[in-house]
Write a protein that binds this ligand. Structure first.
Ligand SMILES: Nc1ncnc2c1ncn2[C@@H]1O[C@H](COP(=O)(O)OP(=O)(O)OP(=O)(O)O)[C@@H](O)[C@H]1O
Ligand SMILES: Nc1nc2c(ncn2[C@@H]2O[C@H](COP(=O)(O)O)[C@@H](O)[C@H]2O)c(=O)[nH]1
Length: 204
């Protein structure tokens, strides 16, 4: 029987650098995670591609997917829905591949309730001023949206206590190394390696 893959959930306030750190992590030669593309009702930003950055759908389509039980998790974040399609995650994990989710905290807590073996990592900014600078510097949102995201960030950072690991994103390369360390130690957990030993021991 194929061993189920590992599910990693990366959260943290908008603008902390989740996407930047994930892309740098995926460039590492020894990292082989499948990225789960989220679904959202937010309008695409310049350069964002449907099916790559997100599956961009209408509010009606998103609500239909919720009703049909097609979402692993979902949340309303600053006036839009965001969520993880269930089928891709399940099929990929079942095939033995590892899956990476990049989602906000309310969705992450739904995953925590349904996937107890998942690994939960919270990416933190050095401080709130730096977070605001990053959001402004990214240049994708107007000040009204940025202020709402900073407001939300305060309650999100309070949720960090519900995660397994906190990773400071002061420098992208350092954050990547910290996450790699987490992945390495998670792979050594007894609960993950025990099934291999059980099959080695057979009926003895
Ligand atoms: N360690 C860092 N130091 C300085 N700037 C950074 C760092 N990490 C990311 N950034 C910058 O911060 C901005 C926000 O990063 P990014 O879009 O990856 O954040 P995010 O957490 O994925 O945001 P969202 O949740 O809104 O998608 C980008 O302009 C990125 O280049
Ligand atoms: N609960 C979920 N949150 C998600 C998902 N995909 C992205 N996100 C988070 O939403 C905010 C805003 O994203 P943005 O692209 O508009 O900047 C950010 O925190 C994302 O991590 C998801 O599938 N579920």
């Amino acid at each position: 029987m194929t061993k189920r893959g590992m599910l990693i959930v990366l959260s943290g306030p908008s603008g902390v650098g989740k996407g930047t750190v994930r892309k740098a992590l995926f460039d590492e030669p020894d990292i082989d995670f499948e990225y789960s593309t989220s679904m959202t009702t937010r309008k695409p930003r310049d350069g964002e591609k449907d099916g790559v950055d997100y599956f961009f759908v209408s509010k009606e389509q998103f609500e239909d997917n919720i009703q049909n039980g097609e979402m692993l998790e979902y949340a309303k974040y600053v006036d839009n829905y965001y969520g993880t399609p269930l089928k891709y995650v399940n099929e990929t994990l079942e095939s033995g591949k590892d899956v990476f989710l990049e989602i906000e905290v309310n969705g992450a807590m739904q995953v925590r309730a349904n996937c107890p073996d998942a690994v939960f990592v919270f990416l933190t900014p050095p401080d709130l001023m730096e977070l605001k600078h990053r959001l402004i510097g990214r240049g994708t949102d107007d000040m009204d949206v940025i202020n709402k995201r900073i407001e939300t960030a305060v309650s999100e950072i309070r949720m960090m206590r519900n995660y397994d690991y906190a990773v400071l994103n002061d420098e992208v390369a350092k954050a990547v190394e910290r996450i790699k360390l987490i992945i390495r130690s998670e792979r050594l957990k007894v609960t993950r390696v025990m099934p291999d030993y059980e099959s080695m021991l057979g009926d003895n």
